[in-house]
Structure formats: structure tokens, C-alpha cells
Design a protein around this ligand. Sequence first.
Ligand code: GUN
Length: 293
Amino acid sequence: MQILDGKKTSEDIKKEIAAEVQQMKANGEKVPHLAAVIVGNNGASLTYVGSKVRSCEQIGFDSTLVALPETITEAELLDKIKELNENEDLDGYIVQLPLPKHIDEEKILLAIDPQKDVDGFHPTNFGRMALEMETFLPATPFGIMELLERYKVETSGKHTVVIGRSHIVGRPMSILMSRKGNPGDSTVTLTHSRTKNLEEYTKNADIIITALGVPEFLKADMVKDGVVIIDVGITRVEDATNSKGYVIKGDVDFDGVSKKSSFITPVPGGVGPMTIAMLLKNTLLARKIRSRK
Ligand code: GUN
């Protein structure tokens, strides 16, 4: 069993990007600039956004945190989006999800300029991904592809089972794994909450990518020997013995499943850290595309 170490891999990627930024600076070129928009006080979202901004600083990007109150109206947020689209200094930005209930997420995502959409959530970029064109891949799926590539996990002709059809992870993952190329060329089954007899699929999977949000859902008796496990679950589970009052659990019963797997991502330290690294990679790409123009 080999651990797919997202913590180390993400550090490697950040170092590679930092070296490129140094080169850009040495050449007198503009460095990439990422902005992150956060609405309200969701604890997990604040943590993620904080890490994104800190990572920018670490690697030499310019960064801007746009923190907006929970009470902001949809129209006000759309004005802010317009401002970010028109800001010539800004290469890319993200609007952290979820948004408060009174704001239509779809409307906001549609308003983001696809050329600055480094999350890859805009329909234009999602379509470009499906059509195998150059685009910003959504950061979490992109991070998974990068892990599979760097650890040389064989995906061609393999049966990949994705659990969960979210727009952010499951659905794009199913598309990426079925695309031509390496990693990719997989035969993909996309399962979800309405799937009957899920175990029949997981037991026959060479690769399982689970993005369900149910702690330790996937057990050893649901997988076959040699399976590759990608665990995207990040759930805070109350734990009074921990100083934070919670521990982070993945979708996979790691102790049981790791014994049967050939490769497995831990939680934390697997897919999670990759997400930020890939967002930075997308921002670097955005800068390069803009400087071509
Ligand atoms: N919420 C959970 N994951 C993500 C992400 O990758 N990007 C944004 N913008 N919001 C998220």
C-alpha cells in the first residue's frame, strides 16, 4: 500500500510555482494576482479562504481577500463581481461556496468572467473541460488528476467508480477520468444517492473516488484487493478529546480499507492540500494567458 501524499505533493507544486514567480519577477513581469470572495462567517469556508490567501503570500503571488457580510444583497454581490471582472490588475478570483441562502449561486457563478474563473465553475469552462480544450479545471478534481499522474497510478482501461455527483467534485471527476489521455482513459461509473446496490459497483472498482461527506462510509468489505482509493470527504466530527472540539474524517474507513488498497489518500493530508495548489496553478495559467494577449 502506498500513501498518495497530498501534503508533500502540494508543497512540491507550490515550490515549482514559487520558482516560476521568482523568474517572472526577475524578468520584470507582473506576478499573478488572485482574489478570494467570502460572504458571511461559515467556519470551514473562512479556514479554506484564509489558507488560499496565505498560500498566495508564500509563493509570491499578489492576493486580495474580499470579505463581505452575510447580509449583502444579491445585487450588491453582483456589483462586486462586475468590479472584479473589470479590475485589470486581477488575473483570477474565486467566490467561496456555499453562499447564503438568499443569494442565487448560479446567478453569481454565471456573472464571473470565464477568463478569471480559476475555480473552473463557469459553464463555459465546464464545457471546455468536457471538450478537452485548454481551460481552468476545478481545483479538487485537478488535484486528484495531478496526484494520479505524479504517483504514476495506472488509469487507462481501469474501472473508476465515482461516488457523488456534485458540480464541484463528482461530476467533473467523472468527466476527467473518462477523457482521452493520462490520467484518464478510464471506464467510469458515476454513482450517487439514488444508486441501488452501491456495493456492487464499489466491489468491482479498480479506482474509487468518493466525495460523499459521510464519515467512514466506505468499509473494507465494500472494495476489492488492490483498489486505488481517493477520499475527498472532509467532515468535522465532534470530539471533546481534541483541543479544537472536532476531528476531520474522510468518507473512507482508512484502517480497514488501506489494508486492501494499492494506493490511498489519507484524510487529512490527501486531496485537501492539493486543492489550493491547483487553484494557484490555475491562477498562474490565467496570468500567462493574459500576458499572451
Ligand atoms: N467550497 C468548497 N470547495 C470549494 C472550491 O473549490 N471553490 C469554491 N469557490 N468554493 C468551494
